[in-house]
Design a binder for this molecule. Structure first.
Ligand code: NAD
Length: 516
């Protein structure tokens, strides 16, 4: 572990205390201890920023923005290209640190850093394609165009479960758009934050651009609330729970700032009887237990046609029971720990509630038996991935909420329209999927009139989790409506200006108004 921290420059880092006591708390000591969710043991501690630090960082961001926006966009793209390459050089180490601190398995840790590299590549191309439009003017001898301009310093607030890529989606695109970013991470993942940001900051400063990427680490009261209320950040991009989004959205709206909200999901999979059921099974297992159920896009509800429901549920339960749970850094592990003991308790409470509402536990339903874990993992937060079958009539209110843990609720349907309307019946609208061999059912699900899935992401014969960076990522309803990553998401990081030029010798007014 020490070697890994050293290779990523965290051993002699001014903000990192390599050997914390383990009992410090942010409130008492001005530091946050980062613990491995796999062992419960401290990895290192990080000094928290104060209100004065926040002010200094923000002033630097404002000054850096004024310099950075003057750099031509393709030159900004060159900086981002080199940052992507610098991440390529440490892909394995950064992915391992992510696994150590957050607990997702190593393949997923590395995959997450790869996502940041991918979005850096995407942003490099985008830096030459910040296209505006020209449009014909209704007035003679006039020209009209739209152009996109840098927006300002951006506050990026991230959740614990994607502590590298969500920042990457925002910061890489924002950088080519001419914005600088100040990153406020979750206090559960300060080390991967510092390691990730240091690389970007180092590459940019070696190329003569200081303070394009900064980090501010602190409690929500001292730092988070200050940032969201601060007019010097015209855009706050916030990823996390719906509860957090309601607060951030209302504070930013109060000051008429812009918000990009990426909030909770409650994602469903519909499986039709004509689907490739082997494919559906494998996809559903990955979608529901990958990252130990801690993805915003995790499959949480499964709607099975009544003709396949019993058989498919039995096969799914058998597949769940073969999955290896344990050390996320070890080869062969498919499910690592939950992030904290609090998450384990939320998992247990949801199961208790589901049972009290008439649900039946098909498999799992408990913490992992400590006897199945080696001594060094005894302090970890392990649970057994769980399937719960809803009672006849499909009434299971607990399934309306997002519990950030590997619990899959199974419902039965007869008619596809009913399945789609049950899928759409939750408050969130992030990801959705249908498995079917029929193009009629697939098109019904994707109905361009909007009567199919009401989510931001809709997949056919693919599970709900695992988005590619090329498409715009985000969700509707309580998921917040933001879009990040590919397609035209870059526009969120810029301001639009409509420019009209007259080269007429006479005054021409729109709508034919005469003013003589
Ligand atoms: P969380 O809401 O507890 O925290 C997210 C971030 O918001 C943290 O950095 C936290 O410190 C910050 N925050 C909380 N209150 C704040 C305030 N008042 N002012 C400023 N910042 C504040 O979420 P979490 O437990 O870290 O992450 C899990 C949640 O994130 C789940 O609901 C998951 O679905 C969601 N998520 C959504 C997406 C998406 O793209 N839609 C991606 C990842 C995670």
């Amino acid at each position: 572990m020490h070697d890994l921290l050293a290779r990523l420059g965290l051993d002699n880092h001014p903000r990192v205390i390599a050997d914390p006591r383990g009992d410090e708390t942010p409130e008492n000591d001005g530091i946050v201890v980062s613990r491995s969710p796999a062992t419960g043991q401290p990895i290192a501690a990080v000094r928290l920023d104060t209100a004065e630090d926040y002010e200094r960082i923000t002033q630097r961001a404002v000054a850096a923005f004024d310099r950075w926006r003057r750099v031509p966009a393709p030159k900004r793209g060159e900086v981002v290209r080199r940052i992507g390459n610098a991440y390529r050089d440490v892909l394995e180490d950064l992915g391992s640190l992510l696994t150590l601190e957050m607990g997702k398995i190593k393949a997923e840790g590395i995959g997450e850093v790869q996502e940041t590299i991918d979005i850096a590549d995407f942003a490099v191309g985008q830096s030459r394609m910040l296209y505006g439009k020209t449009m014909p003017s209704e007035r003679p001898l006039h020209a009209m165009k739209e152009q996109w301009l840098p927006l300002g310093p951006m506050g990026v607030i991230t959740a614990f479960n994607f502590p590298n890529a969500v920042w990457g989606w925002n910061a890489m695109l924002a950088a080519v758009c001419g914005d600088v970013s100040v990153w406020k991470p979750s206090l559960l993942t300060p080390l991967i934050t510092l390691a990730t940001n240091d690389i970007a900051q180092r590459v940019a400063s070696e190329m003569g651009h200081e303070d394009i990427f900064q980090v501010v680490i602190g409690t929500d009261d001292t730092i988070g609330e200050r940032m969201i209320a601060d007019k010097r950040y015209p855009l706050i991009s916030a990823t996390g729970s719906c509860r957090m989004g309601r607060r951030v959205g209302s504070v930013v709206a109060e000051r008429l700032g812009k918000c990009l909200l990426e909030l909770g999901g409650n994602n469903a999979v519909i499986i039709e009887p004509d689907a490739d059921l082997d494919l559906a099974l494998k996809s559903t297992v990955f979608g529901s237990i990958g990252t130990c159920g801690q993805r915003c896009t995790t499959s949480r509800r499964l709607y099975l046609h009544e003709s396949i429901a019993d058989d498919f549920t039995a096969k799914l339960a058998s597949a769940y029971e073969t999955v290896r749970i344990g050390d996320p850094l070890a080869d062969g592990t498919l499910v690592g720990p939950l992030i904290t003991e609090g998450s384990v308790q939320a998992f247990e409470q949801a199961i208790e509630r589901a049972e009290s509402e008439g649900g039946t536990v098909v498999t799992g339903g408990e913490r992992l038996d400590a006897g199945k874990l080696p001594a060094e993992l005894q302090g970890g937060h392990y649970v057994v991935p769980t399937i719960i079958r809803a009672p006849a009539g499909n009434e299971l209110p607990v399934a309306m909420d997002e519990t950030f843990a590997p619990i899959l609720y199974v419902f039965t349907y007869r008619d596809l329209d009913d399945a789609i309307s049950m899928q759409n019946s939750v408050d969130q609208g992030l990801s959705s999927a249908i498995f079917t061999g029929s193009s009629r059912s697939a098109e019904r699900f994707l109905d361009p009139c909007g009567t199919g899935s009401d989510c931001g992401l809709a997949y056919v014969n693919l599970g709900t989790s695992g988005a590619e960076i090329g498409g715009a990522f985000g969700g509707e309803k309580d998921t917040g409506g933001g879009r990040e990553s590919g397609s035209d998401s870059w526009k969120a990081y810029m301001r639009r200006q409509t420019c009209s030029t007259s080269f007429s010798p006479t005054l021409e007014l729109a709508q034919g108004i005469r003013f003589e």
